[in-house]
Design a protein around this ligand. Structure first.
Ligand code: SF4
Length: 113
């Protein structure tokens, strides 16, 4: 089991509860490196028009990298920065996503992972 104090948690005094450090997700994501495979996105919307009828548009909410946006009444996908977590593939109610890992040598390079 991980010792919380090795993750930066501290006590301010004897008997005090552990204070967890603040984590800035954007700062953590900025540590990663991404090699773009120009012209070969590894995720593709199969039928973009179908997304207009999707109620919650969960891809725009659940993507940890913010790759999905709903603007001007259409879904926009920018795969640069994708963490390859697969969440969008699983969460799409319409099964409207063609998802593949990037070609060798491209995609995310995690600095802490
Ligand atoms: Fe976002 Fe994960 Fe889908 Fe990449 S695989 S676009 S990070 S939800």
């Amino acid at each position: 089991m991980t010792n919380p104090e090795t993750l930066g948690a501290k006590r301010t005094g004897a008997g005090d509860a552990l204070q967890l450090p603040e984590i800035n997700v954007e700062e953590k994501l900025f540590q990663n490196r991404y090699r773009v495979d120009a012209g070969h996105p590894h995720i593709r919307i199969i039928a973009p028009a179908a997304c207009e009828g999707c109620g919650l548009k969960p891809c725009t909410i659940c993507c940890p990298a913010g790759c999905w946006r709903f603007e001007d009444n259409k879904i926009e996908l920018v795969t640069d920065g994708c963490l390859e977590c697969g969440t969008c593939r699983i969460i799409c109610d319409l099964d409207n996503i063609d998802w593949n890992y990037p070609r060798g040598g491209f995609g995310i390079l995690f600095k802490f992972g």
